[in-house]
Design a protein around this ligand. Sequence first.
Ligand SMILES: Cc1cc2nc3c(=O)[nH]c(=O)nc-3n(C[C@H](O)[C@H](O)[C@H](O)COP(=O)(O)OP(=O)(O)OC[C@H]3O[C@@H](n4cnc5c(N)ncnc54)[C@H](O)[C@@H]3O)c2cc1C
Length: 332
Amino acid sequence: MHITLIGAGLARLICAQRLQAQGHSIVVYERDSHVGGRMGTRQTELGGFDHGTQYFTASSERFRKEAARWEKAGWVLPWQGRLVTLENGIAKPAGRSDRHRRFVAVPGMAALGERLAQGIDVRAGQNVRRIERYGEQWLLAVQSETVPIDASAGPFDAVIAAVPADIARLLLQPVSPLADRMGQEHLAPCWALILGFEQALEVDYDGAWIKGSRLKWIARDTSKPMRRPGEHWVGHASPEWSEEHLHDDPERVKEKLLRAFHEATGSPVQPVFADVHCWRHAQATSTLPGDCLWDARARIGVCGDWFSAGLDGGGRMENAWLSASALADLAE
Ligand SMILES: Cc1cc2nc3c(=O)[nH]c(=O)nc-3n(C[C@H](O)[C@H](O)[C@H](O)COP(=O)(O)OP(=O)(O)OC[C@H]3O[C@@H](n4cnc5c(N)ncnc54)[C@H](O)[C@@H]3O)c2cc1C
């Protein structure tokens, strides 16, 4: 079959790899200029910052095996950072409620997406605006930055939309009853703060969940394996705060988050580099039960990290991987 996948995040790349290995011909359309989606690494003059996914864990047997394979290939390494919870400036060791090792891709999270995309036909900078029926097949209406009108791509025998729930709903609604089986799953935004310091911060932890702050998480990016040396930090604002300040001026957001960073760490040291990034669709606030949705007759499907895929909760790389693997098995 000639299959198209929309989006080149973790879920699509896994699905694309599997289906290609089964002999199908695959074309992936990706809106951004790069692959990997939310597994992002922002390149700056100081080096890379993992401003999206921080690390991943593997609780299911299948994903544990995949993580072991990636580790053996040298694509990921365990992160042994000291993690705490911070409340009113007091750090307490984070409980080991997550019994699983934390992994990071090396030399940055984005590298995993680049590796998984090898050998796959990814058309970057192509925003899919509509899915259209073409007899028994499918066409995509695709917009690129360089061409002012939508181009038609296809026909394809099957289409897999593996995009955040809010986008999947819009794409599927006009063409497939699968849209009615989706609930109100929504991915909340996240403002990310990126900070580079010349001087070491006097804190004895590498990552912290923060209580009572607009920042819910901070991490010393340079404590992860195979990063450039330096004092680089990333912070994530809470979903509630990010939603409320979604359309704010980035400079104002930077000021506010930097203040929250100083309050949380108690460190007065000023950064030599500071920036923010808004992840419009960051973390699933609720999950759809099941692994994925697939209409075998019409050959259209959807997968992503907003499916529970047998896990407690969603919005993690493991959900995306399990969901994509399940859809690849069905679409075979
Ligand atoms: C700030 C942040 C922190 C996170 N921290 C963690 C963590 O610590 N641990 C963890 O396990 N997970 C974390 N996650 C979640 C993790 O990143 C995701 O679960 C995983 O990357 C999801 O992969 P995906 O392929 O399902 O979606 P995505 O990575 O979102 O991929 C979707 C892709 O589709 C593309 N796309 C969307 N619409 C279109 C369109 N119309 N046409 C073409 N392309 C389109 C997008 O550009 C994107 O590349 C975090 C996410 C964020 C944002």
